[in-house]
Ligand binder design. Structure first.
Ligand code: ADP
Ligand code: MG
Length: 702
């Protein structure tokens, strides 16, 4: 039985609709396992096509080709890999070398692909190159820099290295001078003592001198088959390696990466932009709540709230319900004192002194300055750390006030000098009439006049989000004042009556009650009590807390911003994945010929996809590292920028070190996600791309 057998093999191309152009017509041939067969014929007679069919680079249109009794068209992938890596070897007419790699690496490649280690393969290649007297200087030169003759010899030695059973040589001596052509023929002759060599040549002299058999072709047919020497089939015990090796990929990955350095820098930049924005946006989502809370603590009257009772007045024959807001009753206030033990629960004097009295400095009126009570200057109800200038009064007095930075700046602008220690004039007058019980004079009016010069002794820093200029006075001092101030007119009808008495005695739905009572957090650090206040209190009460309102507004605004950013980020990420996929697919397409060469020497399609996937993974890894560095560097300036506009401090908090209580979880997640994206973006398009035949792929860019 012969080693290779062709039965009625034809190869045609479709021309037009139904016409076929036969390049090979009904070829039946058989080859034994040893000997040198030369194929002669004019250009275009179908010689290369015949070699391609035998080597499974092209498929016959009709007929079958058997290797060792097995139809090669029926090979499964694994069998085909061994067939290509260790059984047949090509010497192509156009060399088909990896131009970007060194000469010796090209020679080593079939050995590496079929499982040799790097050192082993290099040793084999060096021996082979030396035996062909190839100048050592050429070994590590890039193939692109070699001459035609040098390339030809490298291509020949590459075919020899695995000592294949069949060598298919397409005009191997074409580019060689006489001396080297002879050397090559001698080598092929030597190999043909143990292997089958099928060689296409134009050189009839060389063929006649060396060939064991000469086949002449014309127009796709065999016109002469001349046996010169006897050729024998010998039992061949050469071992076939089964172990696959992937180490050869690394070198190609690295050289591809450097070859496309500029393009890869572009991919890296795209990824870095995406990753850094992801990290910043993630850091924003991660840090926003803590930052808002921190920022809200920067409010001198943060622990101040007021409570009203809501009475729903439903009339039987009207769909409209009236809601009456009123002060909790005396008993209810006592009850609130019990449940809200972290707070001072007090009467509100807003009816005597509104939050916006007239404020003037040097007789100049100032608009929109709030006159705001805090519980006391003496205790822990306010955060003294917020003081940035001057001092906090050492005892509770109405003659000294603290203002916030917003007020300080507004005053300085108006005065054109530092307003600390200057005096403000606070003025307000309220009049109320009271029943006297006297029939002649049933009502009497009294005035509560507040008119005093107060000295600015300190300035506190407050977040400037939704914050207006404020002047803080002591509630306790004011309480003391109203407790001592007597109503002159009413006192002549009733026992000595103070303004505090009339506020306390007023009906809970009267203006004097202010329709509410006041809460002051005893310890400004006890923020959780403030946040929970609505849950603790009965439903009939409504709580108004400036600090909480601002905080809630801010949280929902920032959440909306963060959702917007996340949507934007998701879209951007899809774009980046597409860019990556397109770039790596372009690289793959650009190298399609190199890939085909690798496939001819036994590489698997998967290996090829891996080459480009690894390239993407390198891009991913570099991008992640660069992004971490940039993320670390950028967080601070971006935070400062955000702080300038919103006064939110350190809103971006990228959890580099610990995330969900796991050390380094965040960087690992980012690395994992990036690698996954790079893998998917590269591997999928290449894996799903349409496979054209090896023959077509080899022709690419020729
Ligand atoms: P040789 O190697 O003997 O010079 P080839 O085997 O390369 O010849 O080509 C044989 C013939 O097949 C040529 O006439 C060539 O034009 C034709 N041929 C090769 N590939 C194609 C193709 N894809 N479509 C049509 N004709 C083709
Ligand atoms: Mg040819």
């Amino acid at each position: 039985m012969s080693l290779i057998e062709l039965t009625k093999v034809s190869r045609f191309y479709k021309v037009g609709k139904n016409e076929k152009k036969y390049v090979l017509r009904h070829i039946s041939l058989s080859f034994p396992s040893q000997g040198l067969v030369c194929i002669l014929g004019k250009s275009g007679s179908g010689k290369s096509t015949l070699l391609n069919l035998i080597g499974k680079i092209d498929k016959p249109s009709e007929g079958k080709i058997f290797y060792d009794g097995e139809n090669i068209a029926k090979y499964k992938e694994k069998r085909m890999i061994t067939f290509r890596s260790q059984i047949v070897s090509y010497i192509f007419q156009h060399y088909h070398l990896l131009e970007n790699q060194t000469a010796i690496y090209n020679v080593m490649l079939p050995a590496l692909i079929s499982g040799d280690g790097y050192k082993e393969a290099r040793k084999k290649a060096e021996d082979l190159l030396n035996s062909f007297s190839i100048n050592k200087e050429l070994f590590d030169k890039r193939c692109a820099d070699l001459s035609g003759g040098e390339k030809e010899r490298i291509a020949i030695l590459r075919a020899f290295i695995n000592k294949p059973k069949v060598i298919l040589a397409d005009e191997p001596t074409g580019a060689l001078d006489k001396e080297n052509a002879l050397l090559t023929m001698k080598a092929l002759k030597k190999i043909s003592e143990t292997s089958l060599v099928i060689m296409v040549t134009h050189n009839a002299t060389l063929a006649n001198q060396y060939a064991d058999r000469i086949i002449q072709m014309s127009d796709g047919k065999i016109i002469k088959d001349e046996r010169i020497n006897n050729m024998f089939d010998k039992v061949d015990n050469r071992l076939i390696k089964t172990k696959a090796n992937h180490n050869w990929l690394n070198r190609i990955v690295v050289s591809n990466f450097t070859k496309r350095f500029k393009r890869n820098i572009f991919s890296i930049s795209a990824l870095v932009v995406g990753l850094v924005s992801s990290m910043l946006i993630f850091g924003f989502s991660n840090g926003k709540t803590a930052s808002i809370v921190r920022s809200m603590e920067n409010q001198f009257d943060y622990g101040t709230a007021s409570i009203s009772k809501e009475n729903r007045l439903v009339s039987a024959d009207s769909p409209i319900a009236l809601i009456q807001t009123m002060r909790p009753s005396y008993e209810e206030i006592n009850e609130i004192k019990g449940t809200c033990s972290d707070f001072h629960v007090c009467y509100s004097y807003d009816a005597l002194l509104s939050p916006y009295p007239s404020v003037a400095i040097n007789d100049k009126e100032i608009d929109n300055f709030a006159y705001t009570p805090i519980y006391s200057f003496e205790d822990n109800s306010t955060n003294r750390n917020l003081l940035i200038k001057g001092k906090i009064p050492t005892f509770d007095t109405l003659n000294q006030v603290v203002i916030n930075k917003q007020a300080y700046q507004a005053l300085n602008k108006k005065l054109k000098y530092d307003c600390l220690n200057s005096y403000l004039r606070i003025k307000e007058q309220q009049s109320y009439s009271f029943p006297t019980g006297d029939e002649d004079n049933p009502y009497v009016a009294d005035y509560f006049v507040y008119d005093r010069l107060v000295q600015i002794v300190g300035v506190v820093r407050e977040n400037n989000f939704l914050n207006s200029p404020k002047i803080f006075y002591s509630y306790l001092a004011f309480d003391n004042l109203v407790n001592k101030t007597v109503l002159n007119n009413l006192s002549s009808y009733k026992d000595l009556t103070t303004w505090k008495d009339v506020v306390l005695d007023s009906n809970d739905n009267e203006q004097l009650s202010s329709y509410s009572c006041r809460l002051f957090l005893k310890d400004f650090e006890n923020l959780s009590s403030l946040r929970n206040i609505k849950d603790i209190l009965d439903e009939k009460y409504s709580v108004t807390c400036n600090g909480l309102t601002v905080e809630e507004t801010l949280v929902s605004l920032v959440n909306a911003a963060s959702i917007g950013m996340e949507v934007f980020l998701a879209i951007a990420l899809v774009g980046i994945v597409l860019i990556l996929g397109i770039i790596s697919f372009a690289s793959y397409n650009e190298d399609i010929k190199d890939s085909a060469i690798l496939l001819c020497y036994g590489a698997r399609r998967d290996d090829i996809a891996l080459i480009y996937t690894f390239e993407s993974l390198i891009i991913g890894l570099i991008s992640v590292v660069v992004s971490f560095v940039l993320g670390l560097i950028l967080t601070k300036p971006v935070n400062l920028l955000i702080e300038r506009f919103t006064s939110l401090i350190n809103i971006i908090d990228i959890p580099f070190m610990t995330f969900h209580n796991h050390r380094l979880l965040f960087p690992l997640l980012i690395i994992g996600a990036t690698m996954f994206v790079c893998f998917i973006a590269t591997y999928l398009p290449i894996g799903f791309s349409k496979k054209i035949s090896l023959k077509e792929e080899l022709k690419e860019n020729d």
